[in-house]
Design a protein around this ligand. Sequence first.
Ligand SMILES: [Zn+2]
Length: 331
Amino acid sequence: MRPLLRLALVIVLMTGCAPSAPDLTPLIQAAVTETVQPTATPVPTLTATPFPAPSATVETRPPEPSAQACGEGPVCSLDGHFPFQRPIGSTGKQVIERSYPYGSTLDGMLELHHGVEFYNAQGTPILAAADGTVIFAGDDKLTLLSWVTGYYGNVVVLEHHLPGLPETLYTLYGHQYQVNVTAGQEVGVGEVIGYVGATGSARGSHLHFEVRVSNNDYKSNRNPELWLQPLPGTGALAGRIEDPGGGLTKGKVNIQRIENGVLNPFSVAAVETYANAAQPINPDDIYQENFAIGDLPAGEYRLSLMNNGALYEQVIKIEAGRLTLVRLVVR
Ligand SMILES: [Zn+2]
């Protein structure tokens, strides 16, 4: 391994959490170069195929649009469900760390990630993401809140019953330097519940944030990026990479902006599908996604991915405060 790469890897490991449709038209088959010229991108021709039927749990969420609300087509825009505010205030860093997102194992080097990270200096206040009740506050060394005790260090779990959302929701705030609440206490959104630290299985101070649906256990997590209100002027993206039979398949989606009809050659992000070989990780009950990213500035984007030597691409639009759902079918 080259020294620079090794250095980058070490830095990532030191700051990580736990060691341990419609078809997407294959526009270019075979001989594809990976260099994309900054020219106007043609909108691919789409064929109509309905979204997959929503799972049975959709029946329990009447206010929400189902995947069927997308109608026919590979892309649709939904209101989404964004009941949670940022757990870090405006004096800290409110952006989600991209190197170790939900569903990632960092190429097998870390535990399958059940939450997202907010990197912040030790002592940065941690805020309640919504009104709720403290159901756990303290060290988890004697209480199993994940796959092993002692994983989160000083941790707070809030229980939420929110208007328009039938399920009981839970948010978890791990690796705190110090908690600021006690079990049984009612808290309001934005209230300081603790302070960022690196206790438990953490390297580098950060907040590990989780969203759990219906049950307060490690197997009931969902991707927080699809539950946190997008930052101002941004929206969220969730998608499925499917084989022709409708099954999910793995891949990495490159995201580029299209500005005034011209493709920006620089990548905004490269989003990998959830890793789930060793143990499953939950998609959203409605979206059934296998990749997602939040906080994309509103605008037009080109999604592309390589699969078996073919390049697939799809143009999408991100709207502020909303969710774009996309279905990419590879052959
Ligand atoms: Zn984490």
